[in-house]
Design a protein around this ligand. Structure first.
Ligand SMILES: Nc1ncnc2c1ncn2[C@@H]1O[C@H](COP(=O)(O)OP(=O)(O)OP(=O)(O)O)[C@@H](O)[C@H]1O
Ligand SMILES: [Mg+2]
Length: 264
């Protein structure tokens, strides 16, 4: 069973459609933009009728067919923002549009890939589509090919490494023609070879068609070289956006001034 399929099947449809979640709908997604948000805010009740702001006026867009990364210190709001984009949380204020279908891939691969074999796991979400056996096989084969896991078709999932499980989870989303991949710190618990295997799988999934777009949350600065663009968040706000190299410089400058302040 693929949890991202489950979430889309059961959680997302329970929410109202996007135009009723938020005050206004953005149509940029039809113009080469896969994700577009304007002044997104998210607050939670913190007792005594007070609201605690988690996201503050986040505005950004991600072009179709690109891999963008989202970075920032612990607790700055990255996962919350990703969950809003996935439709798992409802913004308090602001507007957004995310191309559909969209899929949220979680950090822990053991929560994600739980069918007995790779083939069964990738095919799981296709059950609802009324496809022939050959169509299912072809979609599973194409998705596994995109993430470089074709030769693992009959493998029991418990024999896979963490990175291979992540790639199977991504294949599950691709098999269902997912347009937007929302990926939350997939590489945190992976060793270096699995880490780059997963990034390359995501890059390869985007292909040349411009159909699939990915937003990748990470703490690992070395991953920025694979990004088409990136955002840096602090305290619920997007404080910088640019290409991977500019974001890397920005973060390094921030770290140096922080260390200077501590030393002083
Ligand atoms: N349900 C909740 N109740 C109370 N606080 C919450 C809740 N959900 C999120 N928060 C708070 O919102 C802030 C943002 O959390 P979030 O998980 O989005 O951060 P993050 O940037 O993903 O952090 P990390 O890098 O550690 O994963 C944190 O301070 C967190 O404690
Ligand atoms: Mg997080």
């Amino acid at each position: 069973m693929n949890l991202s399929s489950l979430i889309r099947s059961f959680t997302v449809p329970l929410l109202p459609p996007p135009h009723s979640i938020v005050p206004s709908r953005i149509d940029g997604a039809e113009n080469g933009i896969a994700i577009e948000c304007s002044n997104l805010n998210y607050s939670i009740a913190s007792g005594q009728r007070k609201m605690l702001p988690i996201l503050r006026d986040c505005s950004f867009s991600v072009p179709s067919g690109q891999l963008w990364m989202l970075l920032g210190p612990n607790g700055c709001g990255k996962s919350t923002l990703l969950k809003i984009l996935a439709g798992l949380l409802k913004p308090t204020k602001g507007s957004l549009h995310v191309k559909r279908p969209r899929s949220f891939v979680f950090q822990n691969p053991d929560h994600q890939v739980v069918m007995p074999t790779v083939e069964a796991d990738v095919a799981f979400g296709l059950g609802k589509l009324n496809l022939t056996h050959d169509e299912v096989r072809s979609k599973v084969a194409n998705a596994l090919d995109a993430v470089g896991m074709s030769e693992y078709l009959q493998r029991p999932v418990q024999t896979l490494s963490g990175g291979q499980k992540q790639r199977v989870a991504i294949a599950g989303a691709l098999a269902e023609a997912c347009k937007v991949l929302l990926l939350d710190e997939l590489t945190t618990f992976l060793d270096e070879s699995d880490q780059f295997g997963v990034i390359k799988a995501v890059k390869n999934s985007l292909g040349d068609s411009g159909e699939v777009t990915a937003l990748w949350v990470t703490h690992r600065l070395e991953e920025l070289e694979y990004a088409d663009g990136a955002f840096y968040m602090e305290d619920g706000k997007i404080v910088m956006q640019g290409d991977g190299a500019s974001i890397l410089n920005f973060i390094k400058t921030r770290q140096i001034s922080y260390i200077d302040r501590i030393n002083r």
